[in-house]
Design a protein around this ligand. Structure first.
Ligand code: AQP
Length: 343
């Protein structure tokens, strides 16, 4: 059974945070604090599924935590922590590794994208990534997970793992006197005009931390000059902007930039096109750059202030982990009994 109105979501400290992470996830975490009990996690154990330099991992972990706080997440009212401090995530992931089927993992498009032609040579952790993600969510019996569109398939797998656990252990769950739906079928929250922000260099590729081209993404710590340059150089077609959304069909780069403008200004794409329809890129790109700077610069300033004070960030993460561990242990105590582990 889900804990009604409990939200869980995580971000990997696997590189510089970018506009896609902000619009697709972090910004949407903020209003949920009004209506839900929120648990926001820096998923450092996920990050090491691909090689991370240890110093860089520490830096990026603090950067993600600082972005949560700078965006408006209150770590006193809600929970902010890094995954590796709550070891129950790894423990439940192991149980789920024994529930999930290898065929399910092999079908994950993120695994296929990241492994490419090298699937025999990537880490076993990269294949098992969705099992750990299911553990993150189900440890807290979260009712909702706000994520970008790229995570939809992993959320479906989380539901499959929950359902198979509930079914495989139905007799044991009943014998323990627990609810039949021990793990909930958690709902994704994927909405708005920015669920998939694309690369500035290629409108068919997702904006990503791990893209080797820095010009492909706007990083949350980019200064005004870097933001303006990247938008100016963003790949576009030569046509002016259309006046309605239908005119964006078959124009992925134009669609992406209009979507970014819409998300940053809290408007619909139709409203943006009503304003800019017929305008060329020489008009639209500077307007988009000004808007991006006006939204991102105050947050970058606050992030930098927090990053420069690592003791405070580390204390926030420790305190959040202490509170998360209490909830996680409650679930794991039940899981150990259900599975038949003696303690
Ligand atoms: N391009 C995107 N558009 C909208 N949302 C996005 N998210 C990621 N990229 C976009 C959302 O950000 C949250 C955190 O993602 P993650 O750190 O867990 O890893 P990811 O989805 O694999 O993101 P990246 O930035 O592409 O990282 P790497 O390159 O390390 O894999 C999620 O909610 C995600 O949907």
């Amino acid at each position: 059974m889900s804990i009604k109105n409990r939200v869980f979501s995580g971000i990997q400290p696997s590189g510089d945070l970018h506009l896609g992470n902000y619009l697709g996830a972090i910004r949407r975490f903020v209003p949920l604090q009004e209506t839900h009990e929120c648990i926001y996690c820096v998923v450092d154990m996920h990050a090491i599924t691909v090689w991370q330099d240890p110093d860089e991992l520490r830096r990026a972990t603090r950067e993600v935590a600082s972005a949560f706080i700078a965006a408006g997440i209150d770590p006193k009212a809600h929970i902010v922590f890094n995954q590796s401090q709550v070891i129950q995530h790894a423990e439940l992931a192991w149980v789920f590794n024994c529930i999930a089927r290898i065929g399910w993992m092999n079908r994950m498009t993120q695994f296929k994208d990241k492994a490419g032609k090298n699937s025999e040579n990537v880490s076993l952790g990269l294949l098992a990534y969705p099992s750990l993600m299911a553990a993150d969510i189900l440890l807290y019996k979260a009712s909702h997970v706000p994520v970008g569109d790229d995570q939809k398939q992993h959320l479906e797998l989380t539901r499959d793992i929950a359902a198979k656990f509930n079914n495989d252990y139905a007799a044991s769950i009943a014998a323990e006197g627990l609810a039949e739906e021990f793990f909930p079928l958690t709902e994704p929250l994927i909405a708005g005009p920015a669920t998939r922000i694309m690369s500035l260099r290629d409108g068919k590729k997702k904006m990503s931390k791990s893209d080797p081209s820095d010009a492909s993404r706007i990083s949350l710590l980019d200064d005004a000059d870097a933001i303006a340059k990247k938008i100016k150089r963003a790949t576009t077609d030569p046509e002016p902007l259309p006046s309605d959304e239908k005119g964006l069909e078959g124009r992925p780069e134009a669609d992406n930039l209009v979507g970014i403008y819409a998300a940053l200004s809290d408007k619909s794409k139709a409203d943006v096109l009503a304003e800019f329809g017929g305008a060329g890129w020489g008009v639209f790109k500077p307007a988009l750059a000004d808007l991006a700077v006006s939204v991102l610069a105050p947050m970058a300033g606050e992030m930098q202030r927090l990053i420069d004070d690592p003791e405070t960030i580390d204390a926030v993460l420790r305190e959040g982990a202490d509170r998360a561990r209490v909830l996680a242990e409650e679930t794991m105590t039940q899981v150990r009994r259900i599975v038949g582990f003696i303690r």
